[in-house]
Design a protein around this ligand. Structure first.
Ligand code: ZN
Length: 157
């Protein structure tokens, strides 16, 4: 496993985060190595989710820490979303920023796991928020596009 570099705010590299990621057509050992490296990277970053484009790989792969395990989602799609929550969101690629973002409360995602099996996961609250945030990354969307307002650091206390 290897630690990967998370793309952070910088004009040129942020352009990469505006691109649409490509569908994974075949789950190769390379994709699984990417997932392993992303997991290791997430663990040291202090975040709860990471999308492949954040480490410079434009493939539809995200990982989400649901509090018990790190879910591995290949070609994830939101198949249902209900309710609403308004809360603080941040991104490993935009350090030092926080914003208020409305998201659905309960989010169900369908994705392939690393063996190619179709799995569904339902996330509530923070996990549901994270599913939305990470899948947005695959479409070049950043939470700052959706924030009703950005917060000052002193508002976080
Ligand atoms: Zn992010």
């Amino acid at each position: 496993m290897a630690l990967l570099n998370i793309i952070k705010e910088d004009k040129d590299v942020l352009n990469a985060l505006r691109k649409k990621s490509r569908t994974v057509e075949e789950i190769t050992p390379r994709i699984n190595t990417l997932i392993d490296d992303m997991k290791e990277t997430l663990k040291v970053s202090g975040g709860i989710g990471l999308a492949a484009p954040q480490v410079g790989i434009l493939r539809r792969v995200v990982i989400v820490d649901d509090g018990e395990e790190i879910l591995e989602l290949i070609n994830p799609e939101i198949i249902s979303a209900e309710g609403e929550q308004d809360g603080i969101e941040a991104c490993l690629s935009l350090p030092g920023k926080w914003g208020m973002v409305k998201r659905p409360l309960n989010v169900t995602v369908k994705a392939l796991d690393r063996t190619g099996e179709v799995r569904t996961y339902t996330g509530t609250g923070l996990v549901g928020r994270c599913f939305c945030h990470e899948i947005d990354h695959l479409n070049g969307i950043l939470y700052t596009d959706l924030a009703s307002r950005m917060l000052d650091p002193d508002e976080l206390e």
